[in-house]
Each structure stands twice: as C-alpha cells, then as structure tokens.
Design a protein around this ligand. Structure first.
Ligand code: B12
Ligand code: SF4
Length: 487
C-alpha cells in the first residue's frame, strides 16, 4: 500500500525545507509480508528529540515505519523525496540491518546521524559499516541536547561528548570530547518540553473501550542487571538513572487530558515502580490530585519491590488508578531466575500477583522461553507457572495475562558477554535475527496481535529444541488469547 509522504511523516511542515527526519525502521520489510498487528507503542525517544528540536526552531518530522508497516524501498523513497538536511536513525539490535539498508539507499546530499541501544552497544561496527558511509554523528545515549547542537552546526561535533564519527581521511573512529556536561549526557528530564504528540504515529489512540490513551516516560534508566535485558545497568554505563518529579508527570497528564481528552496513561519506562521511595513520593502527589477519580494508568514494576511493599501502599496504588502492572516474571525455575540475575523467586511472584489482582490491579507478566542453560524440566516449570498465575487471578477483580517470548541475545547485555565467553558463538550468528511467522500466513488470529515480537536467531540455547520452545510459546499465547482475546 502506498502511503503519501504527508501521512507517513509526522509533525513536520512539508511546505518548508526540512532540517531532519527521524526514522524508526520497520522490524522487517513489510512490502514482503504485510504487518498483521495494528497496535504499537509510540517512539517516545524520537518524540522527545523532535519536540526539543522543534522548540529550538528546527523543522523536523518522524517516520515510524514500524507503526505504518512500511517496506524498505518505500521508506527510502519517502525520505529521498523530502530531501531533509539530516536523516536520524534509532538503532535497535533487531532493526539494525533494515536501518542500514535504508541508510544505504539515501541520496548523497542527506547527512546521517544515529543513536539508540545498538549504536551504544557496537559503535565501532556501525561506523565501519559501508552502508553507513554518510554517518556524520553516532550519538551514544540520550540524544536531545546533542542532536540540537548537530542541527545547529555539526562541524562542532568534536566538542560533544559521546558523539562518534569516522575520520574522513584516516577512516579511524573519533569521539567528541568536551567536559562531560550533564546537559548533554543526562538532560534535565523535568526541564525538557513534554513530547508533542504531533510527532507520534498513533498516540494518543482510542482504545477498544473508547478511552483515549497515551504513553509516557516517567523515569530513565534501570538500576538492575537482568542478564538478557537491553536496559540492564551494565549495558548502559552512560545513563544517569533518574525519575521525574511527580508534579511534572501530573502536569503532563493534565495537559494530555485537556488537549486530547486522554484519561488513561501507560508508563513505558524500563522500570517505573522500581524504588519504594519514588513510589511513595509519587503516590503522595497522585493522592493529593485525586488522580484515581479521573485517570487510569499502567506501569512497569518490579516483583521484589512490590513484594516488600506493605498493604497500605498497594491499596494506595489501586486507589490512585493503577490499572495494570507489567512485571518481568521470566521463568518458573528458581535456578534460572538466579542465573538471569532477577532477584526474584516463583513464590514471590505468586504472592505479588495474588496481592495485586485481589485489589483490582491487573498484571501483565513477561516470560522468556529457551533461555541459555534452560532444561526441559525448567521450561515445563515456566509453563506451569503461567497456568498457576492464571488460576490465582481467576474470579479476582484484577486479571493476569501472559506475554511470552523466545530468548534472543542483545549486544552489550551480560548474557551476550556470557554467550561469547563460551567460545561457541560468533557475534554475527547472535545478531542474525529473522522474523518467524507463527501467524500461519496471517490466518491464526491468536498469534497475529504479537507477530512483531516473533523473531529469532534460530539457535538452540537450552536443552529443548527450537521447535519445542515455539510449540510451548504458541500453546501459551493461544491459551492467553482464548482467555482474554489478546496475546
Ligand atoms: C517503548 C519501547 C518500544 C516501543 C517503541 C520503540 C522505539 N523504537 O522507540 C515498541 C513497542 C514499538 C518497541 C519495539 C521494539 N523494541 Co522496544 N522498547 C521500548 C522501551 C520499553 C522504552 C523505550 C523508550 O521510549 N524509552 C524512553 C526514551 C526517552 O528513550 P530511548 O527510546 O532510548 O531514546 C533515547 C536514546 O536512545 C536516544 N535516541 C533514540 N533514538 C534516537 C535517534 C537519533 C538519531 C539519536 C541521535 C538518538 C536517539 O535519544 C533518546 C532520547 O533521550 C525500551 C526499554 C528501554 N530501556 O528503552 C525497549 C527496548 C528499546 N526495545 C527493545 C527491542 C529489542 C525492541 C524490538 C526490536 C523488539 C521487539 N519486537 O520487541 C522492537 C523494535 C521495533 C521498532 N523498530 O521500534 C530493546 C532494545 C535492545 C537492544 N539492545 O536493541 C529494549 C531496550 C528493551 C529491552 N529491555 O531489552 N519497543
Ligand atoms: S528486565 Fe526490567 S528490571 Fe531487569 S534490567 Fe531490564 S528493565 Fe531493569
């Protein structure tokens, strides 16, 4: 399907010359097999950058090729047609290849900048990739303030900390210096303008229940070190972990309500309900604003923290409108949880889920199947754990839903280092992500909604074979679909 540029590009004035287009690459080339899922979370990181750039007078736009289900050539065509000064990419490990193909197809007059998790995990590989020959700035970490400096005058990139490029003559990697100014590396998240939703493809969006919902970021960084996670503290040494002032969060919520009628919010942070002190501070502010009487909100949380929380705090969360908490449950095996560095046990999870759903707070649990060293018995324990949690939530005011993934390694994470240290794998093999069609060509309704999450490096990491792992994944996703109509 052809999408005209004015529908594909969000937020820019296309009648004027464009300073930058920020591009979220599609997970796969949707011209080959169309996208089957019709919902995706917004690209808030690029939304923040675009909003900040616009506030400084630049004409910028965002193309969310994932949300729009665009093909590679289509994405290239739209960018070239608009001919911006800069194209900016958010590189994630599984979308790197496609981002590189898009970058390679751009007209020579367009300068390229890139950021995101993969940029920071493998900067030298990105700089050496011939498809990124026009990469003038690789920005490690939070982009807002450094992107603005680049848009003003990129020749001063040498003064920007954490900005890398290839020396044009020597072809050696260079890194900008300058004082490690917190303005650049950790912008004041209470001082940044709220994300202008004109840059997002589908946010706020109308949920099936008729409510308008919007996604938000309440904190940056995570202090935990779960071995598989791209947000793990050891994979993000550049990030200063910080939370927004609850009052600042409330002002954004009220503004979204006033402007767009939003009454439900989703905090997509790595970890929002991650520290007891912050949760208490937030709940004091939310209670004072009677947030629960007019808004509902969803958030990420941590089982060990919620396990320690007393009943009063959980009651306060429920009263303040907490609708669903997303928890990394990962496995039903205590050994494997320890191996992942999760700092939780299956008993703890059962207790937390029981306490939350009995208060009307729903739980979305994330699980990983096929983890390195996982035995068949451990895989079965995880499947049993999911059934246990469904049972615990039966006839409670809150519900439980399971979101199940096949393990895949991300560069820079502790698990990536551990896999490479075994000597059995090459980085190239571990980066060979391919989409797996479990939708039966789009026919299997139960698997369609989560199609974008089904991709794999096709390596057996545990005792069970890949097909056994996928069978269990499909079984659990189907069962979840039967129970709630979503997977
Ligand atoms: C919301 C979310 C999504 C949303 C939106 C993704 C997006 N592209 O922004 C959706 C659901 C679409 C999504 C999908 C995927 N996600 Co996701 N997602 C997240 C989550 C939970 C929050 C992201 C967020 O909004 N952060 C807050 C903002 C402020 O930070 P940010 O996005 O990192 O952006 C800042 C910097 O990275 C940088 N930056 C970002 N873009 C750019 C661009 C330029 C040009 C520059 C210079 C800088 C720059 O500046 C931004 C502002 O400070 C993160 C967890 C996390 N730690 O970030 C995972 C995370 C980023 N996702 C991840 C993955 C793997 C994916 C998928 C590939 C896999 C999948 N299918 O699940 C797909 C990719 C599809 C796609 N092309 O978008 C991994 C990345 C791991 C890795 N090493 O690559 C993470 C870290 C999850 C994890 N814990 O492992 N995701
Ligand atoms: S899984 Fe959650 S708690 Fe663990 S490092 Fe990632 S974001 Fe933090």
């Amino acid at each position: 399907m052809e999408i005209p540029a004015d529908r594909a590009i969000a937020g820019a004035d296309l009648a004027q010359p464009l300073d930058a287009l920020f591009v979220n690459a599609p997970l796969r080339d949707y011209s080959l097999r169309p996208r089957t899922s019709d919902f995706t979370l917004p690209v808030l990181g690029m939304g923040y950058i675009a909003t900040y750039a616009a506030s400084q007078g630049f004409n910028v736009g965002v193309i969310d090729a994932e949300a729009l289900g665009l093909g590679v050539d289509q994405t290239i065509g739209i960018i070239n047609e608009q001919s911006p000064r800069w194209a900016g990419f958010n590189l994630l490990a599984p979308t790197y290849e496609i981002s590189a193909r898009v970058a390679a197809g751009l007209d020579p007059g367009i300068q390229v900048m890139a950021g995101g998790h993969q940029a920071k995990a493998m900067p030298h590989d990105v700089l050496a990739d011939p498809r990124f020959a026009r990469l003038e700035a690789l920005v490690l970490g939070e982009g807002e303030t450094r992107v603005i400096e680049l848009l003003k005058d990129w020749r001063y990139r040498s003064g920007l900390p954490g900005v890398m490029w290839l020396d044009p003559v020597m072809k050696t990697p260079q890194t900008g210096g300058g004082a490690a100014d917190s303005r650049y590396l950790a912008p004041d998240i209470d001082g940044l303008p709220f994300v202008d939703r004109c840059f997002l493809a589908d946010d706020p969006y109308e949920a099936p229940d008729g409510r308008y919902e919007a996604s938000m970021v309440g904190a940056r960084g995570c202090p935990y070190d779960c071995s598989f996670c791209g947000a793990a503290v050891s994979a993000n040494p550049d990030i200063t972990i910080r939370t927004r002032d609850p009052e600042n969060i409330l002002v954004e919520m009220d503004e979204l309500h006033a402007r767009c009628g939003v009454t439900a919010f989703r905090f997509v942070d790595d970890l929002f309900l991650g520290y007891e002190r912050f949760i208490r501070k937030c709940m004091t502010a939310f209670s004072a604003h009677h947030t629960g009487s007019h808004y509902a909100w969803d958030a990420t949380g941590r089982i060990n923290i919620l396990h320690r929380a007393d009943d009063e705090l959980l009651d306060e969360l429920a009263a303040n409108g907490l609708r669903e908490v997303a928890l990394g449950i990962e496995s039903g095996s205590e050994r494997l949880l320890q191996y992942m560095g999760k700092r939780i046990t299956p008993d703890m999870t059962r207790a937390v889920v029981r306490r939350l759903v009995s208060r009307g707070i729903s739980v979305k649990g994330y699980f990983i199947l096929g983890f390195p060293t996982e035995t068949r018995a451990e895989l079965s324990a995880t499947v049993r754990h999911v059934y246990d949690l469904w049972r615990i939530a039966e006839s409670q005011p809150g519900s439980f839903r399971a979101s199940v993934f096949e393990f895949r390694p991300y560069p820079g994470t502790p698990e990536w280092q551990r896999l490479l240290a075994t000597g059995q794998y090459e980085p190239k093999q571990l980066l060979d992500y391919t989409a797996v069609d479990l939708t039966d060509g789009g026919l299997d309704q139960a698997m369609r909604g989560r199609d974008e999450f089904n991709f794999s490096v096709n390596i057996q990491f545990g005792e069970a074979s890949i097909s056994e792992v996928r069978e269990r994944l499909v079984e659990l996703s189907r069962e979840q679909y039967q129970r709630s109509g979503t997977a």
